[in-house]
Design a protein around this ligand. Structure first.
Ligand SMILES: [Zn+2]
Length: 643
């Protein structure tokens, strides 16, 4: 077989990586493929694949060269080119080519490959412009360094272009894992500053290698502005000093940390010193972190605790927010810093400002975060405004329906028509309520299909990085749909199930679909009353269905060798997981809290003891935290201390 020459500029790290990945994946299927590498300037041989950004200018006109992705694959018998509007687009184009050859990137550690490939198969003519500008994931949950690096590696394979490392440093997520929070069966590891810095460095390098857009920060500016590190929702032991105290929001006659957590505490945004400190903190950060593409400027992560002082009462939080953002923009402009700033529509900030307007809209990206929404249905295809309650300081009730949430968005869109995205949470909390992952995937697919109709240009998922029980369908669908909103959910699901479950795909699909139908994302996510006979009945049905169906299905899967070891193990674990958790849910929804807690302890024991085995696929910390904080179970430790 003749040698394939991969021709590219070795100066570009991302395109060099794309070439290496192409070689690695093709050779994994056909070891007879031989490769050589040449720079763009050297002479081409018979079998050359060019990887570059030399697109016809007409094709790439109107694109934001840094943020927008467009790629063009033109290959015939292993000869031709993969071109992109930027180096990341070349990488995305290369992975899109592999997908067309039959590669299926099912999980960060599971790729199904075609059985064979010849030179003639390396033929493809396809061009695509990404449907959405912003396509990414934001880190949540508990994460090892390997979890984060594996996820970053997986992102461009699914067509994503962004990753969001929350806070100034994503410390809290590492801490939860390495300290094994909520798993006393594992010994916590000491986290040294050197280790943490090495982790952050490796994450940044992995993103740079793939030219992924870096989103950073979010909450925490309120902490930094008063001299506290913004490492997470960490309680502060010391009371604020008098100097700091006067900068904090006045709530119920007191200026103090809300529940001792500075991250959840707003400042008095009328205080000139508080404003100045906030602006300085942001500007210093941008200067020190020139690789940040999108810097998120959010306020405290708790609602109904905004300042009640006389000055603050004269205006609204959103007016104060836009004023602050304008000041930061002015300072960045003076310093010639072009980092984009992302502002958040969330909690009180869902109400648009009354008077203030953005002076330099190009600097900003609007981010709509309907955190309290239901996941029983997707966004509609257009916004139909409904009446919303008038804002009452510190007595806000969060909107639940999608219509209410979208009405707030529409009101903001009347004063800001710049770049925008939705920041949503199907895989942060809600997914634990869908035991089959079919419903949540379908709902998020519907959401993404309608993102453009809601006049938004992106989708970022705030999520656990290990949301793979029973499989990785939700992220698979999310990535490919944000890349191409024309793809259908059904065909993506079939593609996934075929690759994961082979000839048993239809049967597993039926099984997981039924499980999803009997699940309830909203109940698990604290929406609705805890004692709920209808939910109890459904959970009992679910339990009966799984105990009656799963064993036979798994036995046949094992005998037929149709399902890969990994998915087989996941389904086997999943059966036990669902039975234990639904048992506890039946009791909770029936109003028997003691029995519910006792059964939840059995579930917690099970996931804790199995954590080494299930770690890459299930966030054992997060499922327990959500079940405790939102669903309403007591943790085993609390029961022991009560007894
Ligand atoms: Zn105030």
């Amino acid at each position: 077989m003749s040698t394939i020459t991969l021709c590219y500029s070795p100066d570009c790290e991302t395109i060099s990586f794309a070439a290496a990945e192409l070689e690695r994946y093709l050779k994994a299927v056909n070891p007879a493929f031989a490769f050589s590498h040449a720079s763009e300037s050297s002479a081409a041989n018979d079998c050359t694949i060019h990887l570059n950004t030399d697109l016809d200018p007409e094709l790439s006109s109107g694109l934001d060269s840094r943020a927008d992705d467009l790629f063009l694959i033109s290959l015939s018998n292993g000869k031709g080119s993969i071109q992109g509007s930027n180096p990341r687009s070349v990488l995305l184009g290369m992975y899109a080519f592999l997908r067309r050859l039959g590669y299926r990137f099912l999980l960060p550690d599971e790729t199904v490959m075609p059985h064979q490939l010849s030179l003639a198969d390396l033929t493809c003519s396809y061009s695509h412009r990404a449907s959405l500008r912003h396509r990414g994931v934001c880190i949540e949950g508990a994460d090892s360094l390997e979890n984060v690096l594996d996820f970053i590696d997986w992102l461009p394979k699914l067509g994503f272009n962004s990753f969001f490392l929350q806070f100034k440093e994503p410390y809290i997520f590492l801490e939860r894992w390495y300290h094994h929070t909520l798993n006393p069966t594992k010994d916590p590891m000491e986290l040294t500053e050197a280790f943490l810095q090495d982790c952050y460095k490796k994450m940044h390098e992995a993103m740079k290698k793939r030219s992924l857009l870096l989103h950073a920060a979010g909450h925490g500016w309120t902490c930094e502005a008063i001299g506290l590190p913004s490492i997470g929702w960490v309680p502060e032991k010391a009371k604020p000093s008098p100097k700091v105290q006067r900068l904090l929001a006045l709530v119920n006659g007191k200026r103090e940390y809300i529940d001792r957590i500075p991250m959840n505490t707003n400042l008095c945004y009328s205080d000139p010193e508080a404003i100045d400190r906030f602006c300085n903190t942001v500007v210093d950060y941008v200067k020190e972190h020139p690789d940040t593409d999108y810097l998120h400027i959010w306020l405290a992560d708790e609602y109904n605790h905004i300042c009640e002082c006389e000055s603050c009462r004269k205006t609204t939080l959103s007016d104060q927010y836009v004023h602050l953002l304008n000041l930061i923009d002015q300072r960045l402009t003076q310093e010639h810093l072009d980092c984009k700033l992302v502002f958040l529509l969330y909690q009180e900030l869902l109400y648009p400002p009354v008077k203030e307007r953005f002076q330099n809209p190009d600097r900003f990206v609007l981010m709509f975060a309907p955190i309290s929404r239901t996941f029983r249905e997707s966004y509609p295809d257009r916004i139909q405004e409904v009446p919303i309650s008038e804002y009452r300081r510190n007595q806000m009730v969060l909107p639940v329906t999608i219509e209410e949430n979208l009405t707030f968005l529409a009101k903001w869109q009347k004063i800001f028509d710049g770049n925008s995205l939705v920041y949503d949470y199907p895989l942060g909390r809600a997914h634990y309520g869908d035991f089959g992952y079919v419903s949540i995937s379908k709902v998020l697919a519907g959401d993404i299909h309608h993102v453009k109709n809601l006049h938004l240009d992106g989708y970022i998922s705030c999520q656990e990085l290990r949301a793979f029980l029973p499989n990785g369908l939700p992220n698979y669908v999310m990535g490919y749909l944000t890349l191409d909103t024309e793809e259908s959910f059904d065909s993506l699901m079939d593609e996934y199930f075929q690759a994961a479950y082979g000839s048993m795909a239809d049967e597993v699909k039926e099984y997981l679909t039924r499980i999803s139908q009997l699940s309830d994302c909203d109940y698990f996510n604290h929406i609705g009353p805890r004692t709920n006979p209808a939910a109890a009945w459904k959970y009992q049905q679910l339990s009966d269905y799984v105990s009656g169906t799963a064993e036979d299905l798994l036995n046949r899967a094992k005998d037929s060798h149709q399902i890969s070891d990994r998915f087989q193990k996941l389904l086997t674990f999943h059966r036990e997981y669902v039975l234990l958790l639904t048992d506890a849910l039946v009791s909770l929804a029936s109003g028997d809290a003691d029995a519910a807690d006792e059964k939840f302890s059995l579930f917690a024991d099970f996931v804790r003891k199995k954590e080494d085995f299930i770690q890459p696929y299930l966030d054992v910390y997060r499922i327990q935290e959500v079940a405790h904080r939102y669903t309403g179970f007591s943790l085993p430790e609390e029961r022991t201390s009560q007894n």
